[in-house]
Design a protein around this ligand. Structure first.
Ligand code: ATP
Ligand code: MG
Length: 409
């Protein structure tokens, strides 16, 4: 299969930003065994972009564009794809939900007029969800070719590619009748660099391949094999997976659809333990994840979001003295919160999270991203400190992930 990358944006042409998306996409396509013969950079110009797309579609099977899906007048990728394929733009319900969802999460009812352009897609396109921005991406199959359009910001493009485009491309049958099979191993309690270090030599070959992908608090390792049949591809993956698991040991918590909250839940159930939670900076995210798992009522009994010091005192019984002396963000408070949460309902195990999610509230000793975790169980107590980086949302998600990681250990 032949792929081609078209990066859209006058900023790229003028050298104001580096085309890191092309690098990312090219590497990802290479790992899938998709050949790349051409990459193009084109400015925000409808005719020239449509021209580039027509040529790309004439010589390649899959054309991936990035950029130009935003709400402003210079965002013209939707129009140009429609022009190149001779298709009309039509209102797309799924795309509209992506845009509206983005504004709803920000507390706005109606998207501004410009954003309404974002749900006009070339007829026949399938919208791609965007969890990190307003622009829906899309996949369009037409005349035996595929166009995939992704937003420009890497923080939006990468998760969209990883979560929605990779599975799609993997399932496309190759020209030569080969199939691509992937297996994703999920890791916790280890960073991307450390994980890569341990398996780097295994990633040397071109089939099967191995590539890490980092989320806040979680690293995914994607193992991909290309073969004549699915069984043959799986036979290539099996020994690789075995070796990766052997080297990473406890850090591998699951594969493919398995989630950390489900794995933690299964552990609690198997040991007959009842769980309580005390959360501050995560505002209930840990409880939300625990209760996503059907049947979590078997082990989850209680969760408190104790944001104010007064709530930590009155609901969890954290001593005023502890708060005054060590502060709300401290190991002493985290431990007292966990002990308090466990005591309230007589649970067997409790986890507490307290930290500074930012952007304000940091101090030189406790900068934004400082988060303490406490774990209280019948056998004893443990604590951990996290120093996370990123925006508020990232720090909160990362903290919730670490709380679950602590529970699993
Ligand atoms: P938006 O909704 O933010 O307008 P968009 O899909 O319209 O997204 P662009 O307007 O083309 O995308 O680009 C938005 C930003 O994304 C750019 O300012 C740049 O920071 C980044 N970006 C765009 N293209 C690339 C690229 N090829 N490589 C790296 N970063 C890029
Ligand atoms: Mg834009």
């Amino acid at each position: 299969m032949v792929g081609e990358i078209v990066a859209v944006g006058t900023e790229l042409l003028l050298g104001q930003i580096l085309n890191t998306n092309a690098r990312y996409l090219a590497q990802a396509l290479a790992r899938l065994g998709i050949d790349i013969y051409y990459q193009t950079v084109v400015g925000d110009n409808r005719e020239r972009l449509a021209g580039v797309l027509s040529r790309a579609l004439a010589r390649s099977d899959v054309v991936i564009t990035c950029g130009g899906l935003g709400p402003t007048a210079d965002d013209l990728t939707r129009e140009a794809v429609a022009d190149a394929l001779g298709l009309p733009l039509v209102e797309d319900e799924a795309a509209r939900q992506v845009v509206e969802g983005y504004f709803r999460r920000r507390g706005l009812d109606l998207p501004p007029a410009g954003n309404r352009r974002q749900w006009l897609l070339p007829a026949g396109a399938r919208a791609l969800r965007n969890d990190h921005g307003s622009a829906p991406g899309f996949i369009l199959e037409a005349g035996g070719k595929v166009v995939i359009s992704l937003p420009g910001p890497p923080a939006e493009l990468r998760p969209m590619f990883e979560e929605q485009v990779l599975p799609y491309l993997s399932a496309l049958p190759g020209r030569d009748g080969t199939v691509i099979v992937s297996r994703v191993l999920h890791l916790c309690g280890i960073g991307e660099a450390a994980a890569e270090e341990l398996v780097r030599d295994l990633a040397a070959g071109s089939n099967p391949t191995l590539a890490p992908y980092a989320h806040p608090g979680q690293v995914d390792l994607r193992l991909t094999a290309k073969a004549r049949s699915e069984e043959e591809a799986r036979r290539l993956l099996e020994p690789l997976e075995e070796e990766v698991r052997r080297r990473l040991g406890e850090h591998v918590f699951g594969a493919d659809e398995e989630t950390l909250e489900a794995v933690v839940g299964a552990l609690l159930r198997a040991r007959g333990l009842r769980l309580a939670l005390a959360e501050s900076c995560t505002g209930g995210l840990v409880a939300e994840r625990i209760t996503r798992v059907p049947g979590s009522s078997d082990y989850f009994v209680f969760g408190a979001v104790t944001y104010a010091n007064e709530a930590k005192e009155r609901v969890l019984g954290v001593p005023a003295e502890t708060l005054r002396r060590w502060g709300a963000v401290s190991r002493q408070t985290a431990l007292a919160m966990a002990e308090g949460a466990r005591a309230v309902m007589g649970a067997d195990v409790a986890v507490a999270v307290t930290g500074i999610a930012g952007p304000t509230g940091g101090t030189p000793e406790k900068p934004v991203g400082t988060v303490y975790f406490g774990l209280s169980a019948r056998e004893g107590s443990w604590w951990r400190k996290g120093s996370f980086t990123g925006d508020r949302e990232t720090i909160r998600r990362w903290s919730a992930q670490e709380a679950l990681t602590l529970l699993r250990s």
